[in-house]
Design a protein around this ligand. Structure first.
Ligand code: NAP
Length: 328
């Protein structure tokens, strides 16, 4: 019997075909929207493999219904949407898509940094509104980027890719991570050192977040941390929304504790804190960190590759819960 795979939303062309060519039966939720919970619950009862998205909450209720499910292939590097502990307890493999979205996400973090530092969105809106009266010496003054200090929180794949791009701007790097990375420090030409989070927040002109969402990183940046930052500092978040206390951030931006922010992710997506929506000094993107044509295809093929490996009896290359793998 061929393995039955359920995909929770249409993906780039080529992904489902890749699975079918490997002999799998594929069903796809047909609408380009988040799959309704009742449809997801029915789907997991009847599939052997699930290809799901970060917007699909795969918690206890879903897993309890997934009697024949063997593997969940998440179409994301972050997997905080899945109760991995419960999946592991049930012997269900969980995989993610590391590496293939690193550059796209690091690039987008820089797009946010530039936009927030140089008031790109605010200035563009002003022009479109017909308010541009010609060059002005005080028009949309922003923060200098070249030569300043960049704080990187979480020096993993994306954090490193983001940080390495700073050499073009001759920036000094402060980073906070669980372990020091002497190789990165040695290779970076303008000085990179590991410091504790408080020091990073106190001394950086720009702070960019690249940690996964875990119980330890939930509200890593809250009221106290925002108070430590410099009044001209810019905060960038392309990691996960709940890493920042959004209500505290709205207050910090409104009251000038920090200068501006650029966000791709939110605490309660797709909702955005109403206090942020009315502020001029925050750039708000709709979670598009990995949204390039090439990256989204690579993510799909990687997720499919994990499913194919599993059902061919091989260890999925991007297995998150290695403990479930008993075949060698
Ligand atoms: P990664 O390679 O695992 O990097 C995460 C880094 O954070 C690791 O070095 C990790 O250290 C470190 N870390 C974990 N907890 C920490 C803490 N409390 N303080 C400091 N550092 C900590 O993952 P990645 O591929 O770079 O992805 C990072 C995150 O970006 C993902 O989890 C995802 O949530 C987010 N993301 C967002 C988008 C988007 O569309 N906006 C796209 C892709 C990814 P250890 O390795 O020692 O645990």
């Amino acid at each position: 019997m061929p393995a039955r795979i359920y995909i929770t939303r249409p993906l780039p062309a080529g992904v489902a075909e890749h699975l079918r060519e490997a002999g799998m039966e594929v069903e796809i939720y047909p609408k380009d929207q988040v799959i309704p919970q009742d449809v997801l619950l029915r789907a997991v009862e009847e599939c052997d493999g699930l290809l799901c998205l970060l917007t699909d909450m795969i918690g206890r209720e879903v897993l309890a219904r997934a009697g024949r499910l063997r593997i969940i292939a998440n179409y994301a590097v972050g997997y905080n949407n899945i109760d991995v502990e419960e999946a592991t307890r049930r012997g269900i493999a969980v995989t993610n898509t590391p590496g293939v979205l690193t550059d796209a996400t690091a690039d987008l973090a820089w797009a946010l940094l530039f936009a927030a530092a140089r008031r790109v969105v605010e200035a563009e809106r002003y022009l479109r509104e017909g308010r541009f009266q010609g060059w002005g010496p005080q028009l949309f003054l922003g923060q200098e980027i070249t030569g300043r200090t960049l704080g990187v929180v979480g020096l993993g794949r994306i954090g490193q890719a983001f940080a390495s791009r700073a050499s073009a701007f001759r920036m000094k790097i402060l980073y906070n991570s669980l372990e020091a990375d002497p190789e990165f420090e040695g290779a970076y030409p303008y000085g990179a050192s590991r410091v504790d989070l408080d020091t990073l927040l106190q001394q950086s002109d720009f702070v960019s977040l690249h940690v996964p969402l875990t119980s330890e990183t939930h509200h890593l940046i809250g009221r106290r941390e925002l108070r430590l930052m410099r009044p001209h500092a810019v905060l960038i978040n392309t990691a996960r929304g709940p890493v920042v206390d959004e209500a505290a951030l709205a207050q910090a931006l409104r009251e000038g504790w920090i200068w501006s922010a650029g966000l791709d992710v939110y605490e309660n997506e797709p909702a955005v804190h109403p206090g942020l929506l009315t502020l001029p000094n925050v750039v708000l993107l709709p979670h598009v960190g990995s949204a390039t044509f090439a990256t989204r295809l690579r993510m799909g093929l990687m997720a499919a590759g994990n499913l194919i490996a599993y059902f061919q009896g091989r260890r999925p290359p991007n297995l998150v819960n290695g403990g479930v793998w008993k075949n060698g």
